[in-house]
Design a protein around this ligand. Sequence first.
Ligand SMILES: [Zn+2]
Ligand SMILES: [Zn+2]
Length: 373
Amino acid sequence: METHRLRNLLHPDLLRERLKREARERTTLSFYRYVRLNDVEALRHALYAEWEQLGVLGRVYIAGEGVNAQVSLPTANLPAFRSALNAHEAFRDIPWKIAVEDDGKSFLKLIIKVRKKIVADGLTDDAFDVTNVGEHLDAERFNRKMEEGALVIDMRNNYECLIGHFEGAYLPKADTFRGAIEEVSEVLKGREAKEVLLYCTGGIRCEKASAYLKHHGFTHVNQLHGGIIDYARQIKDKGLPSKYKGQNFVFDERLAERITDDVVSTCMQCGEKCDRITNCHEATCNMLLVQCEACAGKYADCCSPSCREIHLLPLEAQRAWRKGRSTRSTKTKAINDPEGLRQRIREEEELLARNGTLHPELVNVIQTEINSA
Ligand SMILES: [Zn+2]
Ligand SMILES: [Zn+2]
């Protein structure tokens, strides 16, 4: 088969429409495994061909060190998908985690990327033994150790912790994995003998984090097996109390899945209690923020008056304004200084009231467009 066919080139709106019409019930699941893989390119094409037939959508990374996948597929095809995985020795009986809150619309297409690593962690692996990982705990044991006073550490990026986290957990300020792990080993200095509990979304980052901490002298390192995703499933199945409060940030169209009804964050624009996470709708901004419904209305789904002004322009004018600017749609970045944001909003609203615009250059942009039309 020609390899250029092994990609989906349709427009996102078309894909979204197609998914909406699809009557089949879908299941969202994720899995990863550190395992030595050979001829990764050929494997990638084989997986794409096999999975596309089963209606699999999602984002998958494969590398010489293993696989890391978030996918959705028709629920009826789950057994066939398991067989397809088992047909590859490296993926035999790979444990998968099923999302608890799921409308089946989590992914629009299937993307399988060949990467150097399955998690972009920025760490030099040869500096420590990545197989010397912490002890894996299920939800019940994780809860028990929390009650016994263990230190709980969130190994996700700062923006992921915003709308939900374990009670009393240390939430790193860093916005990269490498930054977070360095920050954590610094913060915990002198407490190397304490019981440490690590957690992340699906467990994969804790594999590296626990090995890193053990290498740096920590003696009682534990990690939440299957991450928050599987914790949520276990507490539901076994009727355990959830020590995780709020929502779990996920890397698909849903942005978050609710674990408990607790609201642990506030709207970044007005300060009201709120955990509605969204992206600024101005495409060159696209910053993640916590925004209440009222502020979404007030700022037209944007982070600020200056983004709102662009977002409310006619499409052609928006396009003209964006020319030469890069859109941030492929990166995930969040507003990390709500106080600063509120200050900026106040200043922008004042300027806007005085000048009628926050983008004086727009007049030229629009004039040029009209002239060239
Ligand atoms: Zn608000
Ligand atoms: Zn914005």
